[in-house]
Design a protein around this ligand. Sequence first.
Ligand code: SF4
Ligand code: SF4
Length: 377
Amino acid sequence: MNVSIRGCDSYDETLLYNQIKKNIEDLGGLDKYFEVGQTILLKVNLLMKRRPEEATTTHPSFVKALAKHLVDFGLKVIIGDSPGGPYNKSALAGIYKVCGYEDLVNDHISLNQNFGSFTSACDQALLMKQIETIDVINDVDHVVSVSKLKTHGMTLFTGAVKNMYGTIPGLKKAEYHYTLPSIDDFSNMLVDVCLNAKPTLSFMDAVVGMEGAGPSSGEPRQIGLVIASNSPYYLDVVACKIVGIDPQDVPTIKRCYERKIILEENLKVVGESVEDYYISDFKIPSIKGVGLLENRVPKWLNNMVDYVIKPRPEVMSTCIGCGECARCCPAKVIEMVDDRPDIHLSECIRCFCCQELCPAKAINIYRHPIGKIMMKI
Ligand code: SF4
Ligand code: SF4
């Protein structure tokens, strides 16, 4: 499996177009994957209403440059995602607007307006034999993942594979989270969902990524790359190496190695080299302690050490009382009391959806000082 990395130090549209062209050439050209006249879903990351410069969502200039290549080849493009909250016309209209996607529309490029879903079997899945998926997948011939390189409080890293979680409709994602709260099961489920969505190609906006408290409360970080691959699994391995994350520390990637979806000997980096873009001081959240004791010790012991070892969400003074965290919490353990979230930690599954979807970046992932020492942070 080939992973193409190409330098691209800004969102200048001509530069993006030229560097993505090199990605495509590195992977053998579009005619290797698509036929003229086909329709492609660009499955972007539109997590929430955030402006492009906040580096939470796939930058519209990246999507525009990639879509232009596809259209020039003779393809039709639908751009879509099912973000964290409700999956409907009004919710997506606001997200398309704030994320800067409205201007991408022309005769060949549209923004997804099909908000239905269907359930189907996935033979390759380990856990999810039936998966509910957004209908737009049925409207296209191929899916192309267009992710953003970011850190993540639960899964450490979010890239091409986790981007496919947005093929699950709206609040169904929270249900899957709640059904599979352990990090092992959750990451296997993410891999199942990616196998089900079957992206033909995967591109990653790594011009500016997010470090620290990703995927939405971190800081933008210049990386200066456009990355592409014919495998989302291998793409994530290379992206992690660039920002100094050991791929084996990322639960989704570890599951892929265990399930023989990734074989190290099959990885081939083309274009430019990882070493030339390696970032030694990328701020990476620690997920040590998340799920550490699950299924390994009796529940009474788990509860005893839970308070000290496990990271937990805490509400900061910047909270605006919007209630979004309570609405999105899969475990329904957040109660709004006097316009302030009260988190019942004993039932919290540490998914950090509340942090991910808080519009005010008002949820911190807190670690007890003793827990930090124990986890050797
Ligand atoms: S913590 Fe965030 S999501 Fe929750 S009520 Fe406060 S501002 Fe809203
Ligand atoms: S409180 Fe936050 S971390 Fe805990 S289950 Fe709810 S969304 Fe997940």
